[in-house]
Every structure is written in structure tokens, then in C-alpha cells.
Ligand binder design. Structure first.
Ligand code: BDP
Length: 709
């Protein structure tokens, strides 16, 4: 149990008589072409049934037999052609499917091949959870775009990757052995993800060499049988830096020709390429603004090249230039709307603007990006991050769906009407065909994929939410637990409780009340460094001084950000009394003694939350330890090590943040804990051969300012 199979373990049920009777005698997969998802579905069913029941079941392809018990998988069309008509199948759309287990013959029928494969995984997921109930239902995706973005570099490193080096690239080329890519394809298909962008948004044009395009073709060949299309990130300056032109101006004829050519070449190697992902004029990346062209003109360049091939451009809205911290009306949170609002309607039909869930950058809590409420004639997708860049980087357990839900379920009140974020990006609200989700995932060669066994619940749930954003975080989690660790009630209860408590705990011991995560901003995005939040050129500021804290983003007094929301929401955030406590410091600059709705002062809330969060982190470890003997040794020990670390690091967090603001404000903790550092072993009180104490900076990261080296 090294984690490689993820939630697709299809572990033996050690089946009783009753469950054996549910074993189909035959698998009929209605496509004999080996690269087809329906063929794959047959193989997956065979392997899954073997794992679950311990029995071999034959597969046939060419005829529609219905012996006493069989499972038939195919598209509706294939079924009608081979087996005749079928009653009672509701309309299917997108990659939807119908599953009916009520008969002796189990029917799994997709609106297309992908849908059929998804249905096969759904059936196996039921069985693997010991669920033999008789069901008949159809399910359709909420949106066509259900992508993952890998941030893999050509040299094999991964930007913000915490699960080892790349499964795709090494030393500037595509790896020879794509076994891990195939295993990843299975995982993605089983959660209905339909495209993967394989290289970093900070893209390297050397992906476009002939040799690498061939390699890309090999990657696509591996993903294709699983219904997962490949996409690539592009570097905007490629015509100049890689193509030898003297410009990359998107309106220049030679540049247009260059991209058209390259696009045609890519499609020769990957005829079903999903499209491009583009990070332009963002964080030092080149883009159309260099030539005074608009971002829409910049995006449409690719849209035109892709259009004949049916590809789409995911154009990222992560563009900002508010880097000067002395100007108090500068606000990076406003950037996306400022850059993109006026371009609404100017993007070609096959362009989708990909928007991070919040206006800054994957923080522990953010309000929804107001850009979703400012684009009426532009297709959009939401960008989530399974990679826990600011959220403990897979060394801390943080189950993310409860955080994502605060965004997906938020009602933006566009035109004073119900307009949930999830209905906006899916295309439903504005009646747009394209839309959906992308998640930064960053799996690596580590057998745990993400660096931690428990982090995989986030990837699993991402796929489920991309299909149906109304899915319940706890329900999805429990499916994942049963598939990953079996059905022991104690295991189920403990991991459920740990996971559901994990995001609130992390928020408690990192950044509270909407102040951002308070990690090191300068580079690592890891560990406490509140001082870096007001001394950086990244536009992530807390505006903390001796008496007060928070970014005033009101229209009346601050940066004006709150005015970017539709009226009702703008009014709510403009007014300190109607701003929820958990976003108070996002929108308002207040004294540390300001009283929250809860009755506490801001500073006392900080102190208390940090104690409470760190305490929960100790409890996460204890809960896991109560499962010893109920979980295989290998995964048990791996998780213990992570949780022990988290328990310790949460105390560092607690004391660092509390000491920092205690020092800054001079306001004592009502309960006199701050400064005393309970539960810590002080380095300066220990003696250990070969180590010596040294004074740390920033002071708050070690109690007594002393650590050992
Ligand atoms: C930031 C990451 C950086 C990414 C950037 C992006 O720190 O590594 O390149 O986002 O999303 O969160 O483009």
C-alpha cells in the first residue's frame, strides 16, 4: 500500500455469498479498438472486478450477448446499433452517462465514449464501497471544461510541486517510460477530468522542438484511451526567443504565421489537442501589452490558430502590476477587473478566461474574484489549487472542498438576481456553451502522487466538484475514505473528522479574519512570516502597524475594490457592520481593539484562534494514532510522520504570529498565554553534540529568538 493506486485500489471485498451473486459473468465492451475509452472501460471493469471479487471475467466486443448476468458498456449509439433500442434512458449531454444496475444485465451507457468510461468507474466505485444497491440514473457534467494544470518544467522540476519530480519531463525532454502517466490517466478519468495541461504556466518554449512535440504525441497516446486530452502552456515570446523572429507582437503578420505553423505542427503530433493555456503579462512573463496590444488581441492570436483544429485557449486572468506598496490606493486585488472588464465581448468564441478563485492568490480565505461578475459576454473557468501552495504544502492536512465551497456557492447577486459563482463559470448563468474548472495539481513521481496520502482527497473531490459543484464535501470525502482505506467505521469517522476540521484549524493557526495566510510571501509561501506581508513587491499587504491592521478596500475610504462587486455585495462589504468577521481585515483597516460581531477584539481573536488551531492540530495526530492496526503499516507510518510534523509546525505558527502581533501592538493576551510558548522544547535549554544555538531572523519564528544549527 504505497498510495500509487490512489482511490482505485479496488481492494478485495472478501465477498460473502450474497455479494458473489452480483458478479457479472461477462463484460461486453461495445468497441474493439484498443485506443478507445470504451475498450479501456472493458479492461478497467475486468481488473476492478478481479480486485474486488477475486474472479476473472471475460470481455467480448463484437456482439451483444445477454447471458444471465453481464455488464454492458458503450455509448448509447453503439448500444442501439448492436443491441437494439432501450427504454427509459433520459437525455444525456456533454460527457454524461446512464447507469442501470436493476436488471441481471448492468447497463453503462455514455452519451459518448468518455461518458461510458466514467460510468464504468462509477460502477466499480459503488462495488468497491460494498454498495450493491439497485440504481438507475443518468448524470451529466455541469460544464465541458474539467481540466487539471500541471506546473512541470522541462528539466523535470515542478513549480510548487511537493510530490517529487515530474512524471512527464526530465533533462529538457519527455521521459521514455510513461508508466506513471498511464496510472495518472486512470486516476483522472475516474474523476471525470477530461484534459491535462502538462507543462508549467511559466512556460519554456523548448517544448516546441520537433523532438519534444513527438514526445508530446507519446504522452497524448497514453492519455487518449482514458478520454483525457492533452493541452500545453505557451510562452508568449516564443516567436522571438525560440522562432528567431525579431518580434512577438500578436498583430504582426510574421508572428501570426509563426503561431499558425507551430499550431499545425502540434496538431500533427496530437490531433486531439485540447488547446493552450496562456499566462501573459503576468509576474514577468511576456505578453501583448509589451506591444500596446490588448490582452484580448493577445488571446485571439491563439484562438485563430486553434480554431480550425477545434482547440480552445485558456487565457489566465492572473495579471497585476500593483507592486508599489507606498501607494495606499494601489490594490492588487483590483487588477483582474481593471485589466479584463473593458475587454468583455472582445474575446473570440474559443477563448476562456481562467480566473483564480480569489483576487489575490490561493489564500486560506478570500472573497470570490469579482471578475466573475464583470464578464457577461466572455466564457470563464475557475482556477482552484489542489496543490497546497499557501496551505501547508502537503506537509499539513488541509481538506480543501469546504474552502472551495465558500466560493462556488457564493451568490454574486448580478443584476440583483441569484447568480451563484458555480452557475457563472459553468456558463449556465449567462447561457454560454464553454466554461468550467481547472485545478493546479502538480503530481510527482512520489508514489503518494502529491507527497501525502491524505492530500489525495483534494484531487478526488476536485474532479467530483468539476462535474457537479453541488456535491457535498463530507459525502465525497467519505467515498474517498472507503475507497482508499476500507470501510472500518472507526477509520471512516476519524478521517472524516480530521479532514473536516483541518481547513478551519489551518486558518486558525495561520491568518485569521481575512488577513491572508501570513506565510512567507517573498518566495517559499511556507511557514509564518507576517513581516514579509508588508515589505514585499508582490502586492500582498496587510497594512499592519502598531495600532491597526487590514487593507481598507472600501470605495469611501480605501482602494475601491469593494465597488467591483454587484451593488448588493458591494454594499455588504463596504459596510464594516455587514462584512462577515472572517473577511473583516480583507475589506477594512481597523484598530486591534476593534470589536468583532463575536464580541471579541481583533487581537484577542488572533491569540485565541492560534491557540485553538494549534490544539486541533495536536488532536489530528491523536485521532490518526487511534487507528493504529486498522490501517496498513506503510501508509499509517507515512501519515504519522506528516501529522507529527504538522502538530509541531502548528505550534511554531501559533507562537510566531501571536508573538509578532503582540510585539507590534503591545496588547496583552487576556489569558496570558502569549509569550510563554506552552508545549515547546526550547533549543537554548538543550545540549546536543555537533549543534550550536544561533539567533534567528525574523525573531518570531523561534521562541526566545534562538534556534540550533
Ligand atoms: C503563484 C505561484 C507561482 C505561479 C503563479 C501563477 O507562487 O509559482 O507561477 O502563482 O499562478 O501562486 O502563475
Amino acid at each position: 500500500e504505497n498510495g500509487l493506486a490512489g482511490w482505485l485500489r479496488h481492494a478485495s471485498l472478501s465477498c460473502s455469498h450474497q455479494c458473489q451473486s452480483k458478479l457479472p459473468a461477462n463484460i461486453i465492451a461495445l468497441n474493439a479498438t484498443e485506443s478507445s475509452p470504451v475498450y479501456t472501460a472493458g479492461i478497467e471493469l475486468q481488473q476492478g472486478l478481479k480486485g474486488i471479487y477475486g474472479s476473472h471475467v471475460d470481455i467480448s466486443h463484437d456482439k451483444c450477448q445477454t447471458p444471465s448476468a453481464a455488464v454492458i458498456v458503450g455509448t448509447l449509439e453503439q448500444y442501439r446499433k448492436t443491441c437494439g433500442s432501450l427504454k427509459d434512458v433520459p437525455d444525456l449531454d456533454g460527457d454524461g452517462f446512464w447507469i442501470d444496475t436493476k436488471d441481471t444485465v448492468v447497463h453503462i451507457l455514455g452519451s459518448n465514449e468518455k461518458g461510458a468510461l466514467y460510468g464504468a468507474f462509477e460502477y466499480l466505485s459503488m462495488l468497491a464501497q460494498g454498495n450493491f444497491s439497485e440504481v438507475a440514473y443518468a448524470t451529466n457534467p455541469v460544464a465541458p471544461i474539467r481540466w487539471v494544470n500541471e506546473w512541470d518544467n522541462m528539466d523535470g522540476s515542478i513549480e510548487r510541486g511537493y510530490g517529487g519530480p515530474s512524471i512527464f519531463f526530465k533533462d529538457g525532454a519527455i521521459v521514455e517510460d510513461l508508466t506513471r502517466v498511464k496510472q495518472y490517466a486512470r486516476l483522472l478519468a475516474s474523476i471525470r477530468v477530461n484534459a491535462v495541461v502538462v507543462n508549467n504556466v511559466n512556460a519554456n518554449a523548448t517544448l516546441l522542438t520537433t523532438e519534444n512535440l513527438e514526445g508530446l504525441g507519446r504522452i497524448a497516446d497514453v492519455f487518449r484511451p482514458y478520454g483525457v486530452q492533452v493541452g500545453v502552456s505557451l510562452n508568449y515570446a516564443s516567436p522571438e526567443t525560440f522562432g528567431g523572429l525579431d518580434t512577438f507582437d500578436p498583430l504582426d503578420a510574421s508572428v501570426i504565421k509563426w503561431w499558425t505553423n507551430i499550431t499545425d505542427q502540434i496538431y500533427e503530433h496530437v490531433p486531439d489537442l485540447a488547446g493552450y493555456l496562456v499566462k501573459a503579462n503576468s509576474e514577468g512573463q511576456p505578453g501583448p501589452l509589451t506591444y500596446n496590444r490588448t490582452l484580448a488581441e493577445g488571446a485571439n492570436l491563439f484562438a485563430n490558430a486553434l480554431q480550425p483544429h477545434g482547440g480552445i485557449v485558456m487565457f489566465r486572468a492572473f495579471v497585476y502590476d500593483q507592486l508599489n506598496e507606498t501607494n495606499w490606493t494601489a490594490d492588487r486585488a483590483k487588477a483582474a477587473v481593471e485589466f479584463f472588464k473593458e475587454l468583455d465581448g472582445k474575446f473570440d468564441e474559443n477563448v476562456v478566461v481562467q480566473i483564480k478563485y480569489g483576487p489575490i492568490d490561493f489564500q486560506v480565505r478570500e472573497p470570490v474574484s469579482p471578475l466573475f461578475a464583470n464578464l457577461f459576454n466572455t466564457s470563464t473557468a475557475i482556477e482552484l489549487q489542489v496543490t497546497q501552495e499557501y496551505l501547508g504544502q502537503q506537509s499539513h492536512l488541509v481538506y480543501l472542498p469546504p474552502l472551495w465551497k465558500t466560493i462556488l456557492d457564493f451568490d454574486l447577486r448580478i443584476d440583483h438576481k441569484a447568480s451563484l459563482t458555480r452557475d457563472v463559470y459553468s456558463g449556465k448563468h449567462f447561457n454560454r456553451k464553454l466554461g468550467g474548472s481547472a485545478a493546479v495539481v502538480n503530481v510527482g513521481t512520489n508514489t503518494t502522487w502529491l507527497g501525502s496520502h491524505l492530500a489525495m482527497s483534494n484531487l478526488y473531490a476536485y474532479g467530483r466538484l468539476a462535474w457537479d459543484p453541488t456535491d457535498d464535501p463530507k459525502g465525497m470525502l467519505q467515498d474517498w475514505i472507503r475507497l482508499t482505506f476500507g470501510f472500518d467505521e472507526k477509520v471512516l469517522d476519524a478521517i472524516t473528522q480530521m479532514s473536516m476540521e483541518s481547513w478551519p484549524a489551518y486558518e486558525n493557526y495561520s491568518g485569521n479574519l481575512g488577513i491572508q495566510t501570513l506565510t512567507d510571501i517573498l518566495y517559499t509561501h511556507y511557514g509564518p512570516n507576517p513581516a514579509s506581508q508588508d515589505d514585499n513587491g508582490w502586492g500582498q499587504w496587510t497594512r499592519a502597524d502598531r495600532t491597526s491592521i487590514g487593507m481598507d478596500r472600501t470605495v469611501s475610504n480605501g482602494t475601491g475594490y469593494s465597488g467591483q462587486y454587484p451593488d448588493e455585495i458591494a454594499a455588504m462589504y463596504e459596510d464594516i457592520d455587514t462584512t462577515p468577521d472572517n473577511l473583516l481585515l480583507w475589506f477594512h483597516h481597523v484598530n486591534y481593539t476593534h470589536q468583532l460581531h463575536s464580541g471579541k477584539t481583533v487581537i484577542q481573536h488572533f491569540y485565541d484562534a492560534h491557540y485553538s488551531g494549534a490544539e486541533t492540530a495536536q488532536y489530528l495526530l491523536a485521532q490518526w494514532q487511534s487507528l493504529k492496526g486498522k490501517i496498513d503499516e506503510e501508509r499509517y507510518e507515512h501519515v504519522v510522520r506528516r501529522l507529527e510534523y504538522q502538530a509541531g509546525h502548528s505550534i511554531i505558527w501559533r507562537d510566531a504570529i501571536n508573538d509578532f502581533y503582540h510585539n507590534l501592538s503591545g496588547i496583552p493576551d487576556q489569558f496570558k498565554r502569549v509569550g510563554r510558548h506552552p508545549w515547546r522544547i526550547e533549543a537554548e535549554n538543550m545540549s546536543l553534540d555537533g549543534y550550536r544555538p544561533y539567533t534567528v531572523s525574523p525573531f518570531e519564528t523561534a521562541s526566545g529568538s534562538v534556534a540550533i544549527v
